[in-house]
Every structure is written in C-alpha cells, then in structure tokens.
Design a protein around this ligand. Structure first.
Ligand code: ATP
Ligand code: MG
Length: 226
C-alpha cells in the first residue's frame, strides 16, 4: 500500500488493484482546541471521530448507490476506519461545491445586508476553491471557465449533481426530524471521464439543526445511526 496523500482528517493510500483507500483519522478540524467543521486547521483529536464520520459517509454513499447517483464509493470497513474508492482527478487543485437551504455561515457573513439569518434558500449552489492559504475563496461560473478549472457544461453537471445529492441527504436527515441548512461536496473525474461525487459525507461537511438547535457532527452521527 502506497501513501499518496496525507490530509488533515484522512490519509489516502493506493491499493494494489489501483483503487484508493481513504483512512479516516480521529483528527478533527478546529482552532485552539475547539471543534469547528469549517476550519482549515486540525484543532484536536477525538477518540472514535474517524469511525463515526465513516459510518455516516457509508450510510449516505450506499443510499446514493441505490439511486444510481455516480460516486467513487466501492466499500467501507468500519472496524479499520477505511473506505475503498475509485481514484479520481479533481478540478484544478480541488473545488468544494456547497448547497444551501438556509442563510447561515459564510453566505450570511457575505450577504447579511440583504438576507436575514436563517432565511430559506432554494438549494442554492456555490463553488469555492480549495486553497487554505486564501481561506477557500468563492468562485463564479465565469471565473471557473476563464481560469480553465471547469467548462460551462461541466459547471452544469456539478450543479445538478450537487442539488440532487443535497436533496438525498436532506431527505435522509428529515426522516429523523433533522433539518439540513447547508452541505459541501467534492467532485472528481474517474476513469472513463465520468464526473462523480468523491471524498466523504459526514457531520463535518454539513450544518444540521434539530428544533432550531445546531447539532454537532458527533451528535449528528449518533442520531442518524440510531
Ligand atoms: N476518490 C478520490 N480520488 C482522489 N482523491 C480523493 C478521492 N476522494 C477524496 N480525495 C481527496 O483525498 C483527500 C482527503 O483528505 P482530507 O479529507 O484530510 O482533506 P484535506 O484536503 O486535507 O482537508 P479538507 O477536508 O479540510 O479539505 C482530499 O484532498 C480529497 O480531495
Ligand atoms: Mg477533506
């Protein structure tokens, strides 16, 4: 097994058969020892956090598979905290695609002059560039095309997949009385050229609320897997 990438919350290995193995770590992002899913630095280590994130990821990727939505998922081993996936190439050095159902977080910080906190949004899609040094800046469809990161056609594919997958996650959460406020995804291209969902879908990738109260990632994982 060859280590190909050491991430903040996962390590990526290449398997003999060419697939990748994502090893989920107990390191979580945050600042000054305080858990913050949106942060770009590893803040602390929580025993069992990796396995919890993988359990939720496995649940969502298996629902997506049933619905024939294309992802990199092959299988998952909870005991070992690993997930086998198809290797993908990302756009540029990686993009994040966000789907928003409520005005919170960075959307509210940017547009607070025109929108009230918690206002409903209709699966609003935004793209950000993975660039820790520049705090993952948002980027427009035109800028993505101009910089050669995504063609207009690819943007449409990503946007449609994002709204479709966001809808699936929202529906799964709703079954447990949980509201999805926003969620972020990563996409890549697999062998043959198809654009698929990659990476993970865990508590750290979304904001979820129950009865108006924010639910921490580890708590979300418990509620969803009950
Ligand atoms: N199928 C795949 N093929 C290739 N790379 C993948 C695949 N799935 C996930 N990745 C990449 O593996 C890495 C996983 O590491 P990790 O989640 O720790 O991310 P990171 O980029 O360090 O930090 P952050 O999650 O804050 O962006 C990410 O860079 C992700 O884009
Ligand atoms: Mg990541």
């Amino acid at each position: 097994m060859k280590l190909v990438y050491t991430g903040k919350t996962k390590n990526v290995y290449e398997l003999e058969d060419g697939n990748y193995l994502l090893a989920f770590k107990d390191d979580v992002t945050g600042e000054n020892g305080v858990f913050d899913p949106g942060a770009n630095t590893v803040g602390l280590t929580i025993e069992g956090a990796g396995r919890a994130g993988l359990r939720l990821t496995k649940l969502f990727f298996e629902v997506l598979k049933e619905k024939d939505i294309p992802t990199h998922y092959v299988d998952a081993n909870i005991e070992e905290a690993t997930m086998t996936v198809k290797p993908a190439t990302v756009f540029g050095k990686g993009l994040e695609v966000i789907c928003r159902y409520r005005a919170v977080g960075s959307f509210l910080r940017r547009y607070g002059l025109y929108v009230e906190e918690g206002a409903e949004l209709d699966a609003f899609v935004e793209v950000t560039i993975k660039d820790d040094g520049r705090q993952d800046p948002p980027i427009s469809e035109d800028a993505l095309a101009m910089l050669g990161l995504l063609t207009k056609e690819e943007y449409q594919v990503l946007k449609n997949l994002t709204q479709e997958i966001g809808g699936v996650v929202k529906e799964e959460l709703a079954k447990k009385g949980i509201d999805l406020y926003d969620i972020k995804f990563e996409f890549g291209r697999v062998e043959g050229g198809q654009i698929v969902l990659i990476d993970e879908i865990s508590g750290g990738n979304m904001r979820a609320y129950k009865d108006g109260q924010y639910i921490e990632p580890l708590e979300l994982e418990k509620l969803m897997l009950l």
